[in-house]
Design a protein around this ligand. Sequence first.
Ligand code: HEM
Length: 470
Amino acid sequence: MTRDHGVADGEAAGGETASGEVPCAAGRLPGIGHLIPLMTRPMPFLQSLADLGPVVRIQLWRRPVHVLTAPELVHRLLVQDAAKTEKGFVFDKARGLLGNGLFISEGAFHLRQRRLLQPAFHRDSIRTYTAVMARQAARAVSRWEPESPLTISERMHELTLDVLLEALFATRLGAGHKARIHQAVPVVLTGFIQRALYPSPLLEKLPVPANRRFDAAVEDLRAVVDDIVAQADRRDGSDSTLLSLLLAARDEQTGRPMAPLQVRDEVVSLLLAGTETAATALSWLCYELACDPDLQDELGEEVRAVASDGTVGWSDLPRLERTGHALSETLRLHTPNWILMRRAVAPLQYAGTRLAPGSEILFSLTALHRDPLRYPDPHRFDPGRWRRRGDHASRKLFMPFAAGPHKCVGETFAWTEMLIIAAAVLARWRIGLATPGRVHETATSATLRPRGPQLRIHRRAGRVPAPERT
Ligand code: HEM
């Protein structure tokens, strides 16, 4: 297994190649380009591109797109070349619909907002949310029904959304608001990728059910968040919710607070960026545990040694070492953000290929993390590889949260939340598959979700008491 494209870390030189010489992926159809392989078998298609070279051309409808397949190049794109890029065509469309929150904004505006939001995601702030995370995890997980089939991705999505809603709003959120957000978020998440791939804006105007559902969900999400922000008191900041921190934040230079519309955009951005990603990772973790009862026992023992009822706190997290390895392996093999993109705003050069301003650039973190040269036997779920020094590529090139100025602002939030939820599950339940066989990956939204999967859970011996109902 050799693949030497001569891509060195920091590589910049190399003969320039006219873009006509950049290899083009097989399977292009007139009019739609590579849309069918990308949508019907996304990961085999994206993984196969590395064999063609470090830069490969594909076409989405009539739009040419360059795919970077080498992790060093992706790291350079995200870090050193960040100032020469913007977020790309998917986000052009998202901005009009979902506002200019951190996940969508770019350039100087993004940097200013990032500085404003950063303190809300500092470790000291996250520490205050561990009680919320543990309470929500215990409440949700203890209500799961034993013996009957459980669609884990739905349960995890509800749970991560509840965690974020409480961290954002605490008691400001009425039951009506909450139900509307729960209804809108999944529809918006699926619709926004699908819309980005429409070949013509005219298709968005067609009065078909998918468009109507999406438009209604976007409108409702904005309306609910507007409502909550309008009711919030700018002066407090004292209840330590994420919303209070956003409202209390002041621009370093002007001393001004964020405009209410911007607060709304930031909240919407967090709801979209911060729920499905963690839910997808947790669903894959449960699936992998269901396939490996020995690993489940090992992790269950680790959790119970730290907290017999599975309720772990901030200071317990470093002791969940094996559970952490299983989560790292989940983020490697099932990296949630299967496809990300950028657009050049200045000339760029990768492995000898010049990319002119305006070039659309795509990369798949999931494909990078399945490279057999970096991760031997890449499709095997092997948490042990995170214990064995030297068995995996340098940490710098393991990028489930990306890198550079757009690196996930919620990384510590996500790790804390995932460990706490995993511990709550492991302490209570023994997980099995409801139906045998491998589960399929589905890439119809921003993350690579497991289709289903249907799991069946059984109580572990030494029952954990149910938490008080809230
Ligand atoms: C396992 C869980 C998560 C994963 C794998 C993940 C992954 C990512 C990735 C790859 C990006 C970069 C996107 C790009 O470069 O285009 C990103 C950005 C972002 N994430 Fe996460 N994320 C997770 C959880 C969260 C959580 C829990 C929150 C919030 C509570 C969050 C909020 C954000 C925001 C606001 C951005 C935009 C940051 C910026 O551009 O400055 N994420 N995330």
